[in-house]
Write a protein that binds this ligand. Structure first.
Ligand code: PHE
Length: 459
């Protein structure tokens, strides 16, 4: 079947959409608290190295595969492996990961929407800090509300993807990504004026190597990997809408460089507030949803600052969920020959249904015995399963595929594109053939508890 593939309207549009996918709750919600938990500067340094030596090469792998085939992950693996069913299965694994992650990512994204409405209704007024913090715990237990906001976020995402690559995704990326940047920079300038700014700078930028542990290193690698949206075939799909003359390595460095910059600015915005009020940097996942509202309530213009901040989170989550849904849609169109609209509706419904147990996880309304049996609620169980096993495994298989299986000439031609920088090719090949697989295997070993590197080092 001959099919006309839509292309990005401009290189800039693609870069905003890809950066929008990468910049998400991983950078703005998770990065600050995980960096806080692991002692700050040293974690940031490792994260930077992981982005450069693991994520950049893998990101290029996905772009190479997508552009070479002009297809989504399932077809791309099938075509490039000359119809091997096993490799095609890898495409399905990436797609399954997309569905699973979309289902629970939409729950957290729903919280951000909820907090915008809460902020607009001035929810901190007249509440003690303890009461403000307790709002988040109440929300976690409120099953119906979680479902409502999760569904709302899924609809919002579907509305963006509905318009297609150019009129939907690219159009909205051009609005949302700059808007997000503007809000973040405004809040950052505000944070600079706070007394805790210098302490935050020191905490985040000066590495204290006594705080580096092997498991800390691996969690930096894992987080940078998730942040770059790797292992889902998403970057592959976005790459499939690229024209043949684009230069993949330089675009990758620009996209991941700005993602890293945003994560750092986010942390440099949040920590001055935390330090100025004497809170601990290792607050865990509640850092953004529990601590910040308490602090906002003590600042001038709490309604404005808090609304802006949570709007920032909505935008950043939305450009990420858009990429998840587009990935499912593109593959459904190719695999089942459904129309775009049908693919969007069914993918949204599937994500909603699979997301129900995650949305209800905190309330204990569904599967009340899940927690005692698995030692974690449903949400935590599946997100850990994917973080530890399936995503690193996908990354490993992609690097092996591009490094050893895919046609060499095609691969090298796609890598170089219109650029003359052929001296970069051997470096990239070395990374995807040796460095990336070894690091990802270590990550899987640690994640499965087969080996504890912390214990090994202390013996
Ligand atoms: N990269 C996004 C983030 O950091 C998460 C994401 C993962 C988005 C996978 C799309 C696909 O939040």
């Amino acid at each position: 079947m001959e099919h006309l593939r839509e292309h990005w309207g401009s290189r800039f549009g693609f870069m905003l959409a890809a950066a929008g996918s990468a910049i998400g709750l991983g950078s703005l919600w998770k990065f600050p608290y995980v960096a806080g938990d692991h002692g700050g500067g040293a974690f940031v340094l490792v994260y930077l190295l992981a982005t450069l030596f693991i994520c950049v090469p893998l990101f290029i792998c996905e772009l190479v595969m997508g552009r070479a085939t002009q297809r989504g992950a399932v077809e791309a693996f099938s075509i490039l492996s000359r119809q091997s069913q096993n490799w095609k299965g890898m495409g399905w694994l990436a797609l399954t990961s997309t569905l699973v992650v979309y289902s629970y990512y939409a729950v957290v994204s729903g919280w951000t929407l909820n907090y915008v409405i809460l902020s607009l209704s001035n929810f901190t007024a007249g509440k003690s800090p303890e009461e403000i913090r307790a709002v988040f715990d109440l929300l976690l237990k409120a099953g119906g509300m979680n479902l409502f906001w999760q569904f709302g976020f899924l609809l919002l995402t579907a509305a963006v993807v509905w318009g297609g690559v150019r009129k939907g995704i690219e159009h909205w990326a051009k609005i949302l990504t700059p808007a997000l940047l503007a809000i973040l920079i405004a809040l950052f300038f505000y944070a600079i004026t706070m007394p805790g700014f210098h302490e935050a700078l020191r905490f985040l930028l000066i590495p204290d190597f006594s705080k580096v542990t092997p498991s800390g290193i691996l969690s930096a690698v894992g987080l940078s990997f998730f942040t770059a949206s790797l292992g889902f075939g998403i970057i592959l799909t976005y790459g499939s809408y690229l024209r043949p003359d684009e230069n993949l390595p330089s675009m990758t460095v620009a996209i991941l460089g700005s993602t890293l910059g945003i994560a750092l600015i986010a942390a440099l915005t949040i920590f001055p507030i935390v330090f100025s009020f004497g809170f601990s940097p290792s607050e865990g996942p509640g850092l953004v949803f529990k601590v910040l509202p308490v602090l906002f309530s003590q600042l001038p213009a709490p309604l404005l600052i808090s609304t802006l901040f949570f709007l920032l989170l909505v935008f950043t989550a939305l450009t990420s969920t858009v990429s998840l849904l587009e990935n499912m849609t593109a593959n459904c169109i190719e695999q089942f020959q459904w129309s775009r609209k049908k693919s969007i509706v069914l993918s949204t419904l599937a994500a909603f249904m699979l997301g129900v147990p995650s949305a209800l996880a905190g309330s204990g309304q569904l599967f009340p015995s899940w927690q005692p049996i698995y030692n974690a609620d449903f949400f935590a169980t599946i997100s850990t399963l994917w973080d530890r096993w399936f995503l690193p495994l996908s990354g490993l298989l992609i690097s092996i595929f591009v490094g050893y299986v895919m046609d060499r000439q095609l691969r090298d031609k796609e890598f170089l594109g219109s650029s003359k920088a052929s001296y970069l090719l051997p470096g990239w090949l070395f990374l995807i053939r040796y460095v990336v697989p070894i690091v990802l295997i270590l990550l899987i070993l640690e994640g499965t508890n087969l080996v504890s590197f912390d214990a090994l080092i202390h013996n």
